[in-house]
Design a protein around this ligand. Structure first.
Ligand code: SAM
Length: 249
């Protein structure tokens, strides 16, 4: 295992939402706790294809199959874990991890049949080599330190295990970026507010877009995976904006 590199934040501090870096984990935990009851609607309605079918398809394409042990990191309400079990007709072992109790309680009330654990991606309460695959669905931007998080993922993956990180990456074209920004940064937050009546839901969707455009670029993410000792990291792009990062232990 290589020496661990220093901390790598996924994005700069976003002071419209919290004043100092130390406040970021609490801000993120609170906003997901508060929005948990609406989360599934918020991703289903304006999902741009990022619904359950996309998650299931991505898992399958990256090697998920019956008999494997999956850690669904940042499981939230369990959308990825459910998609995984749906593709194997309920066969397979899935453990969901998330720091937000509100999200985990929603996951518990839904049809997800998986063990749920409250923890963060930078400190995983599992033994070395416990999983054949790790999925991270649209949450990597919330990990406080990408180097630490990828190091932990590398540690709990079994030899030859697969890491799959799904993220949204803004398009390079300025016009496409402006159009997507108008949709995800303005229209979607407004729709969330109108549908839920909650200012927190609107704020979460704005934060989602702000973290999308402020996130470190794909090359930095791939380099961090390599620095953590993960092998053959690569990025596949679907529908212009969906980044699928894949690496092996
Ligand atoms: C946008 S939701 C994604 C949920 C689910 N993976 C999906 O695909 O819909 C982001 C999730 O990341 C979780 N999260 C935030 N900070 C985290 C951290 N440091 N470690 C692990 N999960 C974190 C949040 O609580 C939230 O449930």
């Amino acid at each position: 295992m290589p020496d661990r590199a220093g901390p790598l934040a996924p994005h700069p501090d976003l002071t419209d939402y919290y004043a100092r870096s130390e406040e970021r984990p609490k801000f993120v935990r609170d906003i997901f706790d508060n929005c948990a009851p609406w989360y599934e609607w918020m991703i289903a309605a304006p999902s741009l294809g990022s619904g359950s079918w996309y998650r299931a398809d991505a898992l399958r394409r990256h090697g998920w199959r019956e008999g494997l042990r999956l850690l669904d990191l940042a499981t939230g309400t369990g959308v990825v874990g459910r998609a995984a079990l749906a593709t194997t007709h309920g066969q397979g072992r899935v453990i969901g991890v998330d720091p937000s109790l509100g999200m985990l309680l929603e996951a518990r009330q839904g049809p997800l049949r998986a063990r749920l654990v409250q923890a963060t991606g930078t400190r995983l309460p599992f033994a070395d080599g416990s999983f054949d695959m790790i999925s991270v669905g649209f949450a990597m931007r919330h990990f406080g330190d990408l180097n630490l998080a990828f190091g932990e993922m590398r540690r709990v993956l079994a030899p030859e295990g697969t890491l799959l990180v799904l993220e949204i990456t803004p398009p390079r074209s300025r016009i496409a970026r402006a159009l997507l920004g108008a949709y995800m940064g303005r229209l979607v937050p407004l729709m969330a507010r109108l549908r839920t009546g909650s200012a927190e839901a609107e704020k979460l969707m704005r934060y989602y877009w702000d973290t999308t455009i402020q996130c470190v670029p794909p090359e930095t993410i791939l380099a961090a995976m390599r620095d953590a000792g993960l092998t053959a990291p690569r990025r596949d792009v679907q529908l212009v904006v969906f980044s699928e990062y894949n690496a092996r232990a």
